[in-house]
Unconditional design. Structure first.
Length: 274
């Protein structure tokens, strides 16, 4: 998936005295997934600030390096942000520690995180309408106060310490919820080796299933798309999009049995039956 740069945002960052750079697409995806693992489950948001209180709290933070990351899935923290068309690029910024007020760019639907991931600010186009912006410290998540652990810093590959008892708990919960099915393509049932919409099922990987050819996050962003793509693939008799990756002894009937009955929660439910 291609992203588009935001010239207005770039100019604003420059005016604020920031050195900024566009984050490559793969990194945009990996940072989004890491954020989602930590902050994605809004049921764990216990002590967040909202609206003007969020702005106030955010304005009193300091971080020399931080990222501005447009959401890739259909959720922007607590808000639904279903978008069609290309997403805005993510930016890494270096400054004197002051975090710029980015509320004028809320329509982009993004989060801000410093390198240690210890807090986040969420802006969406619903700011001050349906709620938001939102600010939360990682310690404000359920189950994080009593336990520290190391996680890999998603910016520089460094290891940083955050309160992540929450994180491990969530991973366990997610694995138990759908054992063995997490890595199956929900269109055709092929084991693609990673969860097509991430561990939480809310942030697509944008990779392409070699069997049915679905790009996760694109053709399947709506339930009607899942139904359509699955029917197309079934009617083709299980044709491989990438025949060179077809497994030896592969059997259409056998794979069909493994098509997950659930579709990832991040997919827009626009038809009945999901
Ligand atoms: Zn597939």
């Amino acid at each position: 998936m291609a992203t588009v740069t935001d010239e207005r945002l770039e100019q604003f960052l420059t005016q604020c005295g920031m050195a900024w750079s566009v984050i490559p697409w793969e990194r945009h995806v990996s940072v989004s997934n890491e954020w989602e693992t930590l902050y994605g489950n809004v049921h764990h948001w216990l002590r967040q600030k909202q609206g003007a209180k969020a702005q106030f709290e955010y304005a009193h933070q300091s971080a020399e390096t931080f990222m501005i990351v447009p959401f890739l899935g259909n959720d922007g923290g607590p808000q639904s942000i279903t978008k069609h068309g290309p997403r805005t690029a993510a930016y890494e910024c270096h400054g004197d520690g002051t975090l710029p007020d980015l509320s004028a760019f809320a329509n982009t639907d993004f989060f801000i995180v410093p390198t240690d991931l210890n807090l986040t600010m969420v802006h969406t186009h619903e700011d001050y309408g349906w709620g938001g912006p939102y600010f939360i410290y990682i310690q404000g998540l359920a189950g994080t106060a009593d336990e520290e652990a190391s996680v890999v810093d998603c910016f520089h590959g460094r290891t940083s310490t955050v309160y992540s008892g929450y994180r491990r708990g969530v991973l366990r919960e997610r694995t138990e919820r759908q054992p063995g099915m997490l890595t199956r393509c929900h269109i055709c049932g092929l084991d693609v080796g990673e969860a097509p919409w991430g561990e939480s099922g809310r942030y697509p990987t944008w990779s392409i299933c070699p069997c049915c050819g679905c790009e996760f996050g694109y053709e399947d962003c709506r339930a009607s798309g899942v139904v359509f793509q699955r029917r197309r693939w079934m009617e083709s008799g299980g044709q491989w999009w990438k025949p060179s990756e077809k497994l030896a002894g592969w059997d259409f009937e056998e794979q069909v049995k493994h098509i997950p009955t659930d579709i990832p929660p991040g997919i827009d439910r626009d038809v009945d039956g999901f």
